[in-house]
Design a protein around this ligand. Sequence first.
Ligand SMILES: [Fe+2]
Length: 452
Amino acid sequence: MASRQEEQQDTKFYLTGNFAPVPDELGAIDLPVEGALPPELCGRYLRNGPNPAPGREPSHWFVGDGMLHGVRIEDGRAEWYRSRWVCTKALETGEDFVKEDGSVDRTVGVANTHVVCHAGRILALVETSFPTEVTPDLDTVGPYDFDGRLTTAMTAHPKRCATTGELLFFGYSFAPPFLTYHRATAAGELVQSEDIDVRGPTMVHDFNVTAKHVVWMDLPIVFDLELATQGRFPYVWSDDYGARLGVMPRTGGSADVRWFDIEPCYVFHPANAHEDETGVISVDVARYPELWRGAPEGFDRTASLWRWTIDPAAGAVHEKQLDDQAAEFPRIDPRRVGLPHRYAWLAGSGLLGNGDGFGPSILKHDAARDRVEPYRLRASQSAGEPVFVPASSSSGEDEGWVLSYVYDSATDGSELLVLDAHDWGTAPVARVPLPRRVPFGFHGSWVDDDEL
Ligand SMILES: [Fe+2]
């Protein structure tokens, strides 16, 4: 009898249901709006995700060609919806970023994981490669390497400091240097790059920043050469690697990192980190107790919200589960990155690849009340990552809206859902039915017109 992972591998869940790609690009203007789009929203909601082009069946959900789905909003109107492939070399020529001789070309990548705006540039990101710049209309400009200063891959999860406006990020690789830290100014100038010593070729999907420090997650999903030679996604769980967090000053380097052992686990996505006046650091994360043992294709475990409290003076980390509901893709108010936050929003999740999509709920975590409140969708609906947009630069932490693409299996359609982030659980502020379903994807951003 086939194991569950083998069954998942056979079904290739990422090619079925609403994980399946759409066959082409699409555009529509003057979309219908149910309810009222807040007049304060003036910009674009953009979201990235894998959408393998016809004939390019990927070996894993994570490696399909990136497609952006955007909705332009102004003066209460949904001006347009567009889906556009990121026209990378990988898409256009079929190249892989790893060459036959094992060398890498960081100008090649599927650009499928996130889309962010920094210093006026919109960047589609995938962690194997350089960013790919796109225009506000979602046309592809090309690879962006910070004027030649970036020489490694760039994570899909850079952190823009809410205080300084700096963009802090990193790249990781299966070959040395395994991890490299980068710091760019608010104006987009890459001013620091530091190789960071880790134990081996760990998969570092995301990291954390506080007002003064970076917190690395050196976790036990590691590169596997045998899987790579089989053409499979080359990262699996390791019982030998160990797990630790590394605290480093934001302008420091590898020699400055203090490492703290933790229980083995995997984290794709933290919500946020911050430190108090005594130097104690709190890190809230969507934590998997284990993932990808033996094979990397299935998602047979779910994540839930945990908190690591790092006490550098005591040399210890306290680990605590904050909530036991399955949840992923935590997001916070972008004005609280690296600072104490009260609220986080997460997508309730099912067992991906086990016939489930994402779950029919969006969760709001209130750290002050130690409570998670679900916003319940219909059973046939699944929400993607919830993105918080403040009502104004001076509004309170949850005064604004949560935006997410919601898929409904009953209609095989999608909508942009706009929820009141403060009056949680009330009827949607607005819904924008889209002309076609938006496949389940990864991450996105609200790009306000002021940023462009
Ligand atoms: Fe991610």
